[in-house]
Design a protein around this ligand. Structure first.
Ligand SMILES: Cc1cc2nc3c(=O)[nH]c(=O)nc-3n(C[C@H](O)[C@H](O)[C@H](O)COP(=O)(O)OP(=O)(O)OC[C@H]3O[C@@H](n4cnc5c(N)ncnc54)[C@H](O)[C@@H]3O)c2cc1C
Length: 170
């Protein structure tokens, strides 16, 4: 998702304004190391933060995923949730850029952004692809039980950006 200004800082500023109107107190550089619920009362949550413990009526766990630890998505949330007894499903990358063999061609068009294009991944080599098999509807995970045309792995309509290594999503 992109704000109309194309600047992620506007999203942060909007959220900060919203929190300010609600009187939210923000603590930065404060890593939650544990959450605990009283074993018998099962109400109230103790939040371990640095050297202190903060009692809370409820906790919203919004620690992000595990995609890029340096930016804060360390995967801590999974450990915190598991310690509270939640079950976890194995992690998988959900959205990744594609590197192409024709890297020079991609680089020559770096920065070109296209809307409403269909991207189809086929099994096999490019010269073996029959363009007549290009689907007219989305196929792949989350697209329902329809069988894709022969050789098609996945097909999606959306926005596409050419990058210095291949294809990125937009
Ligand atoms: C390279 C890259 C490019 C992306 N590009 C786009 C894009 O163009 N458009 C788009 O819509 N999405 C994009 N995304 C996806 C988007 O960044 C995420 O979907 C979104 O940030 C998830 O928001 P979140 O609030 O769930 O988690 P996050 O934004 O990860 O926020 C989680 C926060 O929790 C904090 N935290 C974690 N553990 C603890 C702890 N133990 N104690 C205290 N705080 C903790 C983290 O420091 C972080 O600040 C991109 C992601 C990546 C990695």
């Amino acid at each position: 998702m992109f704000p109309v200004t194309d600047d992620a800082r506007d999203v942060v500023a909007a959220l900060e304004r919203y929190m300010a109107t609600g009187g939210v107190h923000i603590r930065t550089n404060a890593r939650v190391t544990a959450l605990s619920v009283h074993p018998t009362l099962l109400s109230g949550v103790q939040v371990a933060l640095g050297g202190e413990t903060i009692p809370a009526d409820a906790v919203v766990l919004a620690t992000g995923g595990a995609s890029w630890p340096r930016t804060g998505s360390t995967g801590d949330g999974y450990d915190l949730a598991a310690a509270l007894g939640h079950s976890l499903v194995p992690l998988r990358p959900a959205l990744v850029p594609l590197m192409v063999e024709e890297v020079e061609l991609a680089r020559s068009m770096q920065g070109v952004s296209l809307r409403n294009v269909r991207l189809t991944a086929y099994r096999g080599r490019a010269e073996e692809i029959d363009p007549a098999l290009t689907p007219t509807a989305d196929f792949g995970r989350g697209c329902g039980p329809r069988r894709p045309p022969k050789g098609v792995i996945e097909s999606r309509m959306g926005e596409l950006m050419l990058t210095h290594f291949g294809l990125g999503g937009r």
